[in-house]
Ligand binder design. Structure first.
Ligand SMILES: NC(=O)c1ccc[n+]([C@@H]2O[C@H](COP(=O)([O-])OP(=O)(O)OC[C@H]3O[C@@H](n4cnc5c(N)ncnc54)[C@H](O)[C@@H]3O)[C@@H](O)[C@H]2O)c1
Length: 342
């Protein structure tokens, strides 16, 4: 099969391209390289283009004639979405609609999209299942919920078969070290902790140690990016015309910020300096998934999502990207602003 991958030069998208190629599929990546990297496109052709350019996306789909689409391209910084909701609504909603309309014109109806646990907001009950009410608390989460709603409507009206995969916190790197996480600015906790271990940051800021959790720090669900990639290959197989379906992709385990810091010290053999700062408004104390539906209906279980594998693969990637990491420490004060929800 030939698959069209928007955002395939980005973190999760590139790992999915590797999984698709490994399953024997042909891949065409469509990406504007705004946060992605040309070097990460190793398993297929790259079309440099923007989802907001309707003609460009229409032409790329027509030329590719894919059997289906994986849609990763989006803006995905929670904090930025609060200050620039205009950009988020445009890319995540208008951009997605341009893609769906280009697919319609070319008679392509199978699609798997990246959604997020941020569509659930701050639910009172854990774990979070697919029936937990979706009440997002920031513009990023709201754009992803609108995207899901739009897909449902395209499924009933136009016979699309769509799967939304609601990731919890993507983490880790390709086990063979070919690709990894490279965001600028980096807001994800694990790379920031590892940058502190490597001496690229003086410390890690922990936002709040008085949450109602075992050690007082926020608890999240970390899922290995390779496991996420595998779920996409499986999801493409079960897209059924006229049906929309959503799955939570998480390890089903709550891990605290302090657990991450301690495990990172063990895995890297480096001391990690911590700065405690007050918690941020709207940051929920605990979020973790119930991944049971993905297990029964998708046949997906996370295989690499134990904390040590996540940290070891991310550390190996960081060391290859920054030779000498961990051998000397910076002493100036760079900032490390971790976002805990994706
Ligand atoms: N990383 C996580 O923990 C996480 C968690 C939940 C959901 N998600 C979702 O997964 C998807 C991928 O996330 P990621 O961490 O790999 O992000 P990323 O920024 O690494 O990848 C996004 C890719 O989309 C491209 N892109 C952005 N706007 C575009 C446009 N208008 N036209 C064409 N290409 C465009 C970027 O250049 C980049 O390559 C996103 O939809 C994100 O919302 C990520």
């Amino acid at each position: 099969m030939r698959y069209f991958v928007t955002g395939g030069a980005g973190y999760v998208g590139a790992h999915a391209c590797k999984a698709l190629a490994g399953a024997g599929h042909e891949v065409v990546v469509f990406d504007n390289l705004s946060t992605g990297h040309r070097e990460a496109v190793k398993w297929g052709d790259l079309v440099v283009g923007d989802l907001l350019d309707r003609e460009c996306i229409k032409r790329a789909i027509e030329d590719t004639r894919p059997d289906g689409v994986l849609h990763f391209a989006a803006l995905a910084y929670v904090g930025e979405s609060v200050h620039r909701p205009d950009l988020y609504y445009r890319t995540n909603i208008a951009g997605t609609q341009n893609l769906l309309d280009a697919m319609r014109l070319a008679d392509v109806t199978r699609i798997v999209v990246s959604s997020t646990c941020a569509t659930y907001g701050t639910p009172a009950e854990m774990p979070i299942s697919e029936t937990t009410p979706q009440v997002p608390v920031n513009p990023y989460g709201r754009t992803k919920l609108v995207m899901e709603t739009m897909l449902r409507d395209y499924c009933s009206a136009f016979g699309f078969g769509a799967i939304a995969l609601r990731y919890f916190n993507a983490a880790g790197a390709d086990t063979a070290g070919e690709i990894g996480e490279d965001h600028t600015p980096e807001t994800h906790l694990i790379p920031l902790v590892l940058q502190a271990a490597a001496g690229l940051l003086p410390n890690v800021k922990i936002f709040g140690n008085d949450y109602p959790t075992a050690d007082g720090t926020a608890v999240r669900d970390y899922v290995h990016v390779t496991d996420l990639a595998d779920a996409h290959v499986k999801a493409l197989d079960i897209c059924a015309s006229g049906h929309f379906k959503a799955f939570n992709l998480g390890a089903g385990i709550g891990t605290s910020v302090m657990d991450i810091c301690m495990a990172a010290e063990r895995v890297t053999g480096q001391k990690i300096y911590i700065e405690m700062v007050p918690c941020r408004a709207g940051d929920p104390p605990i979020l973790y998934a119930d991944p049971a539906l993905a297990a029964t209906e998708l046949g997906w279980t996370p295989r690499q999502s134990d904390l040590d594998t996540i940290l070891a693969t991310a550390w190996a990637w960081m060391q290859s990207a920054h030779p000498g990491a961990g051998k000397g420490r910076r002493t100036d004060h760079a900032d490390s602003q971790a976002e805990h929800m994706n």
